[in-house]
Write a protein that binds this ligand. Structure first.
Ligand SMILES: [Zn+2]
Length: 259
């Protein structure tokens, strides 16, 4: 600390400090809103968290897949571009995806922040998102719903559903009372999705890991990655996420809590 023995210097310091913090407050109050990048392997429960964020915090869920499909049906210049790329069978370029995200998130409902699902997929897209966040005065945080792969495999291979009521069972974690039939519809044999074989699940998880690890590293390196233990109940996971968001909001709006 500097010259704390000089009362005048302390006074000036305090004034400067308080001015500084007020400036931060003014500046950061605009930036209170957060862009939440949700990351999670297939079956980790990322979609449930996105739904809860929408229901309980009013944060719209922006899924690039859904958006591209919706845009392709409109009559705008960007829609023509999306249709042309889709028709050619090529991948949608980073540049085009970011423009779609930019267009969607510039609407009124995203002013208070939003949740991204399926974007960014690459480091290039993540960098583009930083620029977008800067323009929109928003802050990017990443939340990883983390579940170890062997558990995800058991979740997926054990999953069975009732064809009548849609009730979901799991032969490992939530078995029906009688083998392979719904508790409420004993006449209905439970369905096992063809996609839920161990081989297919392993491929899905390997693809996820390969695509996502660089992004996890990226957000980890900039200390913006929240690890959420995804083996817990959805409500418990959400409570932690909610708390982290409140803390983050508090930090950015209150100068004292910085660092
Ligand atoms: Zn049933």
């Amino acid at each position: 600390m500097k010259a704390s023995s000089d009362p005048e210097a302390v006074c000036v310091d305090e004034e400067l400090d308080s001015l500084f913090y007020r400036l931060i407050e003014v500046d950061e109050s605009i930036a209170l809103n957060m862009i939440i990048v949700l990351i999670g392997a297939p079956g980790a429960g990322k979609g449930t968290q996105a739904r809860l964020l929408e229901e309980r915090r009013g944060l719209p869920q922006i899924s690039t897949g859904d958006m591209l499909r919706a845009i392709a049906r409109t009559e705008t210049p960007i829609a023509k571009e999306v249709r042309a790329v889709q028709a050619s069978g090529k991948l949608i370029s980073d540049d085009l995806v970011i423009r779609v995200v930019q267009e969607r998130t510039s609407r009124e409902d995203c002013k208070g922040g939003f949740v991204l699902d399926g974007f960014p997929r690459t480091i290039v897209q993540a960098t583009m998102l930083e620029n977008l966040a800067f323009e929109q005065h928003q802050k990017v945080v990443a939340a990883l719903v983390d579940v170890q792969f062997d558990l995800l495999e058991m979740r997926a291979t054990g999953r069975r559903s009732c064809p009548v009521c849609g009730e979901i069972y799991n032969i490992h974690f939530k078995p029906p009372q009688k083998d392979n039939v719904c508790d409420l519809h004993p006449e209905a044999e439970l369905i096992h999705r063809a996609d839920d074989t161990p081989e297919k699940i392993k491929v899905r998880l390997a693809t996820y890991e390969q695509q996502t690890q660089p992004l996890i590293d990226y957000y980890e390196a900039s200390k913006r990655l929240w690890h959420l233990d995804g083996t817990r109940e959805a409500d418990v996971i959400y409570a932690e996420l909610d708390k982290l968001l409140n803390q983050e909001g508090h930090q950015t709006s209150d100068g004292e809590a910085r660092n």
